[in-house]
Design a protein around this ligand. Structure first.
Ligand SMILES: NC(=O)c1ccc[n+]([C@@H]2O[C@H](COP(=O)([O-])OP(=O)(O)OC[C@H]3O[C@@H](n4cnc5c(N)ncnc54)[C@H](O)[C@@H]3O)[C@@H](O)[C@H]2O)c1
Length: 318
């Protein structure tokens, strides 16, 4: 049995990745500073080492102590608006944190890495579905830190003989278990659920986009599917693979109004909404070309939008 180090394992996505790695037959050890994570999300049979990924010595000790053979690096700050207000902190947390992981891997001879990137690296792409070779023009410091991270991984891999995959997640949603929901309220489904719970109308930013119902299209991916993509990526690296970047999405877009309809089905009531002006910087559509993930990782998403909204509603206690 191999052991993988999962950074950020107490977070929303990390807690699902723990379970997917375990189900794929791997042991897991978590390093997490609990800045946004929750210790209770880490199962009792998984060691949780509380500390920062910027603590290179801690990472190196952990890799040696647990005889780690690969790293899934998720620990990062992820709020786009906050990154605009605190850009240097985002570079410190996201870029320095990754450099520390890469240095500790180099010092302890760990060769396999799955890196958590984001569709935010594309900014407003010229064409949709977005292929991985599309120009990367991130629109926020958050997206920039993710892109710099991809470059750092590729450059380190070239000299350190790493096997790696950078996964560009699209819009992550849902929960495999009501205890593991997304508490951060940065994404559309938690935002709509919160508005509904508060008796407020959810805001729809613009209904005059060139899309079938005029609202923005996004590619929503169930967090349990995303977690399984990490297990597939771990296997890919263990087999010696290296890929620049791989989109993790469904290849299918859902509009804001379709999401609100789906949330209405999930909560069994009409969810009110109001249309307001467009927000600056929102592309009309952002949908993954999902064929590289299928070809390279042998992975495709299995769950649909209703699975995401119903599980997110349960996790929100609705
Ligand atoms: N949720 C999304 O829609 C989405 C989309 C694209 C990419 N991502 C990326 O996925 C990763 C996980 O996101 P999430 O949604 O689970 O967020 P999250 O905030 O729930 O999880 C992040 C985890 O990392 C930990 N962490 C943060 N900084 C740390 C540090 N310096 N040292 C150690 N631990 C630290 C936090 O405590 C938390 O447990 C992030 O890298 C994020 O950028 C998320």
């Amino acid at each position: 049995m191999t052991t993988w180090l999962l950074t950020g394992g107490a977070g929303y996505i990390g807690s699902h990745v723990i379970r997917a790695l375990q189900e794929s037959g791997r042991d897991v050890v978590v390093v997490d500073d609990l800045s946004t994570g929750v210790a209770e999300r880490v199962p009792e049979d998984v060691p949780l080492i509380v500390g920062s990924v910027s603590d290179r010595d801690l990472l190196e000790r952990t890799m040696r102590e647990y005889d780690v053979s690969g790293v899934v690096h998720l620990a990062a700050k992820k709020a786009v608006g906050e990154s605009v207000e605190k850009p240097l902190w985002y570079y410190r947390e996201n870029v320095d944190g990754l450099l520390s992981v890469l240095e500790a891997m180099s010092a302890s001879g760990v060769k396999n890495l799955v890196y958590s990137s984001s569709a935010a690296v594309y900014g407003q792409p010229d064409s949709c579905p977005v292929v991985e070779t599309e120009a990367t023009v991130p629109l926020s410091p958050y997206g920039e830190t993710k892109l710099v991270g991809e470059w750092a991984v590729a450059d380190a891999a070239a000299v350190a003989d790493l096997s790696w995959a950078s996964l560009r997640y699209f819009n992550v949603a849902g929960a495999a278990d009501p205890q593991l929901g997304d508490t951060s309220v940065n994404n559309l489904i938690p935002i709509v659920l919160r508005s509904y719970r508060n008796g407020e109308a959810a805001k729809v930013f613009g209904d005059d986009y060139p899309t079938p119902d005029g609202t923005c299209l996004r590619d929503y991916i169930h967090v349990a599917d995303l977690a399984e993509a990490h297990a597939a990526a771990a296997a890919f690296t263990e087999a010696g693979g290296a890929a620049e970047a791989i989109n993790i999405g469904t290849g299918k877009g859902s509009s804001v109004l379709e999401v609100i309809d789906s949330v209405s089905r999930a909560v069994g009531a009409e969810v009110p909404y109001e249309t307001v002006d467009r927000r600056a910087g929102d592309p009309a559509e952002l949908i993954a070309a999902a064929d590289k993930a299928e070809r390279v990782l042998g992975w495709t998403a299995q769950r649909d939008l209703d699975d995401m909204t119903s599980s997110a509603a349960r996790a929100a206690g609705l």
